[in-house]
Design a protein around this ligand. Structure first.
Ligand code: G1P
Length: 290
C-alpha cells in the first residue's frame, strides 16, 4: 500500500453565496476567528502526514498562494520590532520550499473536473481531497482519521455524516453495505439525490482519500447533477473494483459555504480559543438573555 502524501484543494469556486464579500477576494481567504479557511485545510492535511499540496485555482485567487509564501518585508519588520507573538502567528503559513503547486481550472465544469485538472500532480499515488468550505472541529483532525482508515482498508475512504432527509439534495449520498457503526462499506454513491430517491441519509463531507484510478473515470467528462462533472460519479465507478468505505468521523463539521454555518463556525472556534473564549461566552450570554 502506498503512503498518503498528496492532497488536492479545489479552490476555483466563485464564492457567489458570499457576495459582496467575495467580489475581489477568494472565499477561501475568509477567516474563521483569526485564520483563513484555506489555512485550516492545509494545517489539517499536514497533521495527517501530507507533504505535497496542490491547489486547483482560478482567476483572482493569487492571495491563496501568497498566503503560503514567505512575506519577507513583513517578517523583517516584525523581527526588527521584536514582535515575537506576531511572528509565531505566521508559523502555520509556511510550507516546505517547492511542496505547494497550483493548477488552473480554466472553466467551472464541476468538482470532478477540478480534481481531474490535478492529474499530473496526482500521478499514480493515492491522494486526499479537502474542500476548505467544510471545516471540522475535532480532537483528531478529520483527515488524520481518514488516513488511518485508509491504512486499515487499503482503498478509497470518504468522511460521512448523517443529515436530515430533506437535505440529501445538497450532498453526495451513500448506498451502504456492511456497517460496523464507524466504517461503512459503500455499495453505491449518488450526487444530490432528491429526498425520496436518496438511498440513505449518510452524506459525504469535504474530506476524501482516493485512489488515482478515479482520474481515468473523471476523464470521461460525463455530466451529472447540475450538468457538472461530478467527483461522486467518478468515485461511484470504482465501487466493486477497489475497497470503498465511508468513515463516520469524530468531530463537528461546519458548512462554511453557507452564511449560518460560517457564523456558527466563528462561535464554535472562538469558544475553543483560550484568549477569546471568556469574552465571547460573556457577550453571547448577554445577547441570548436579551
Ligand atoms: C460537494 C460534493 C458533494 C459533497 C459536498 C460536501 O458538493 O459534490 O458530494 O457532499 O461537496 O460539502 P458542493 O458542496 O460542492 O455542492
Amino acid at each position: 500500500m502506498k503512503p498518503l502524501r498528496k492532497a488536492v484543494f479545489p479552490v476555483a469556486g466563485l464564492g457567489t453565496r458570499f457576495l459582496p464579500a467575495t467580489k475581489a477576494m477568494a472565499k477561501e481567504m475568509l477567516p474563521v476567528v483569526d485564520k483563513p479557511l484555506i489555512q485550516y485545510a492545509v494545517e489539517e492535511a499536514r497533521a495527517a502526514g501530507i507533504e505535497q499540496f496542490c491547489m486547483v485555482t482560478g482567476r483572482g485567487k493569487t492571495a491563496l498562494v501568497e498566503h503560503f509564501d514567505i512575506a519577507f518585508e513583513l517578517e523583517a519588520t516584525l523581527r526588527d520590532r521584536d514582535k515575537q507573538d506576531a511572528l509565531r502567528n505566521l508559523d502555520g503559513t509556511l510550507v516546505e520550499p517547492g511542496s505547494m503547486v497550483t493548477v488552473r481550472q480554466q472553466v467551472p465544469l464541476g468538482l470532478g473536473h477540478a480534481i481531474w485538472c490535478a492529474r499530473a500532480f496526482i500521478g499514480d499515488d493515492p491522494f486526499a481531497v479537502l474542500l476548505p468550505d467544510d471545516l471540522v472541529l475535532a480532537d483528531t483532525p478529520c483527515l488524520a482519521q481518514l488516513a488511518a482508515a485508509y491504512r486499515q482498508t487499503g482503498g478509497n475512504v470518504v468522511a460521512v455524516t448523517e443529515v436530515p432527509r430533506e437535505h440529501t439534495s445538497r450532498y453526495g449520498i451513500l448506498k451502504t453495505g456492511a456497517d460496523d457503526g464507524r466504517l461503512v462499506e459503500v455499495t453505491g454513491l449518488v450526487e444530490k439525490p432528491k429526498p425520496a430517491e436518496a438511498p440513505s441519509t449518510l452524506s459525504i463531507i469535504g474530506r476524501y482519500v482516493l485512489m488515482p484510478e478515479v482520474i481515468g473515470e473523471l476523464a470521461r467528462m460525463d455530466r451529472g447533477a447540475g450538468g457538472e462533472v461530478q467527483l461522486t460519479d467518478g468515485m461511484a465507478r470504482l465501487i466493486g473494483r477497489q475497497p470503498f468505505h465511508g468513515l463516520r468521523y469524530e468531530g463537528r463539521r461546519f458548512d462554511c459555504g453557507d452564511k449560518a454555518g460560517f457564523l456558527e463556525a466563528q462561535i464554535a472556534f472562538a469558544l475553543k480559543h483560550p484568549e477569546l473564549a471568556p469574552a465571547v461566552r460573556a457577550f453571547l450570554r448577554r445577547y441570548v438573555e436579551g
